[in-house]
Design a protein around this ligand. Structure first.
Ligand code: CO
Length: 222
């Protein structure tokens, strides 16, 4: 009996054969261990796959994805991923990757009811409330979406830095940086949001610096 997902299974076999044609020992090496340097915390959006858009092969990025790339201090899934990445894999970088046009962020701006997920998106709603006066200066909805996508990534970096795993890693002198990016679906370009935190002391200056950059952006389309 063929599987209802036969096209995907066939495509998998072709991909595996192509990878082996390029490097006959590729899977042999990968099967032994993973030693990624990066933890990617991004949106579940199907258009933002981690390794593909930074052109890295399997084995290079440890990944956590959820709707609107949220780091919540009560989400055991995300916290466990961070703990495993930091304590066991010893990743050197955690990257929070938002994306412009995020549907979760837009639902918050539109105050649209989608169901259970509204409770999850309340974390983004908190970010919007925290920066409501700044967001109000951006007149067009597209610009407001872009700014909230950026602010959300920046706030999630702060949340990540406040986790016990990251604080403990810095306390014991482990090399670890946390960064905010935002990806453009329009052209596939990644944008660095100028927030790089590599110690407890650098969190506040990096946060304020990143927020100032968002505030200085044009508030209307030229
Ligand atoms: Co999204």
């Amino acid at each position: 009996m063929t599987s209802p997902l036969q096209d995907l299974l066939d495509s998998n076999r072709r991909w595996s054969a192509a990878m082996r044609a390029e490097d006959p020992r590729f899977f042999e090496h990968l099967a032994k261990q993973q030693s990624p340097k990066y933890l990617w915390i991004g949106c579940s959006d199907s258009r933002v796959p981690a390794t593909q858009i930074v052109d890295l092969p399997p084995g290079e990025i440890f990944v956590q994805r959820n709707v609107a790339n949220v780091v919540s201090h009560s989400d055991l899934n995300c916290l466990s991923t961070i703990q495993f990445a930091v304590d066991i894999l010893k990743v050197e970088h955690i990257i929070i990757v938002g994306h412009y046009g995020c549907g979760g962020v837009q639902a918050v701006l539109d105050e649209r009811r989608l169901g259970l997920v509204d409770n999850w998106l309340r974390h983004v709603g908190d970010v919007a409330d925290k920066h409501s006066s700044m967001l109000a200066t951006f007149d067009l909805m597209g610009l407001r979406n872009a700014r909230l996508c950026e602010l959300n990534a920046i706030e999630q970096v702060a949340n990540t830095c406040h986790t016990t795993m990251v604080m403990d890693a810095w306390e014991r002198g482990q090399k670890l940086s946390v960064h905010a990016w935002c990806y453009s679906l329009d052209n596939g370009h990644m944008h660095d949001l100028n927030m790089h935190v590599d110690s407890r002391a650098s969190l506040l200056p990096a946060y304020e610096n990143a927020l100032q950059r968002v505030t200085r952006l044009p508030t209307a389309h030229p």
